[in-house]
Design a protein around this ligand. Structure first.
Ligand SMILES: NC(=O)c1ccc[n+]([C@@H]2O[C@H](COP(=O)([O-])OP(=O)(O)OC[C@H]3O[C@@H](n4cnc5c(N)ncnc54)[C@H](O)[C@@H]3O)[C@@H](O)[C@H]2O)c1
Length: 254
């Protein structure tokens, strides 16, 4: 893709799954990546894989729910690579989804924690990245939302609210800083078979999801990574303020 070579990216939540695939893809495009994650061993493994393939990567431990920690993640990237051009706000604590029920039943602690990591964490990535992006004359932010923001599920209320909030945050950033050269977009993946999903989702459930979809297969992390890379590249230079669904045709919004 055009315009990615020698750029600098922060992947906030890049230790596993979609974030890890995005870090690898961006590095293949010549981007220097800072892989931030609460799971430092996973982030180090991703950075090691990239470095082993001849790319540039650094692993940094951070907690998306902690303001000082997110600030330190961005600062680390600036110190190591001289600035940042790209931010992928991707972290979410999916373990919370297991007990995320409905609006009457859900534990308020679980709701608050989901918002703190999945939504407030994205706000923190935004507020620490933007001053650094502006110093380079602009850049791109890609947020990881979800189809859950649209489909109206009867469970996972906290998760859906956090992802809808991300969509609003993304549009705010696109509107507020678009003229200053910052593009802001979100991706809304459908079911993506990360290593974790492959290990935990029974085959019958996977088969059911294929059956109700419009694609012969389920999603792969690389499907999402390629859209993040495009949105961050010069090929996406006039795309701003959008939520792009990558879900094999499940949602068909328009
Ligand atoms: N896999 C899917 O089917 C799917 C579908 C729609 C949206 N998403 C979204 O994609 C993103 C990535 O999910 P994934 O499926 O790759 O799962 P994942 O669990 O592999 O990735 C999430 C990453 O965030 C990290 N993380 C969790 N809490 C954190 C914290 N407090 N601070 C910093 N890092 C933290 C995890 O360690 C992990 O590396 C998430 O935002 C998720 O909501 C995933």
């Amino acid at each position: 893709m055009r315009g990615l070579k020698d750029k600098v990216a922060v992947i906030a939540g890049g230790g596993t799954g979609i974030g890890a695939a995005t870090a690898v893809r961006l590095a293949e495009e010549g981007v220097a990546v800072t892989v931030g994650d609460i799971n430092i061993e996973a982030a180090q493994a991703v950075a090691g894989k990239i470095a082993g393939a001849g790319g540039k990567a650094t692993a940094v431990k951070f907690d998306a729910s902690d303001d000082a920690s997110v600030k330190a993640l961005v600062q680390a990237a600036v110190e190591i690579y001289g600035g940042i051009d790209l931010m992928h706000a991707n972290a979410a604590d999916l373990s919370l989804c297991l007990t995320d029920t409905d609006a009457v039943d859900v534990s308020l602690d679980l709701f608050d924690r989901t918002i703190a990591v999945n939504l407030r964490g994205h706000l923190l990535c935004t507020r620490h990245a933007i001053p650094a992006l502006l110093k380079r004359g602009g850049g791109a932010i890609v947020y990881t939302s979800s189809g859950a923001a649209y489909v109206g599920e009867p469970e996972r209320v906290s998760y859906a609210v956090s992802k809808s909030g991300i969509n609003a945050l993304m549009r705010h950033v696109a509107s507020r800083w678009g003229k200053e050269g910052i593009r802001s977009n979100a991706i809304a993946p459908g079911l993506v078979m990360t290593d974790n999903a492959l290990a935990n989702m029974p085959q019958e459930a996977q088969d059911h999801m294929i059956q109700i979809g419009r694609s012969p297969r389920l999603g792969r992390p690389a499907d999402i990574a390629s859209m993040v890379a495009m949105l961050m590249s010069d090929d996406g230079d006039w795309i701003n303020g959008q939520v792009i669904s990558i879900d094999g045709g499940i949602t068909m919004r328009g």
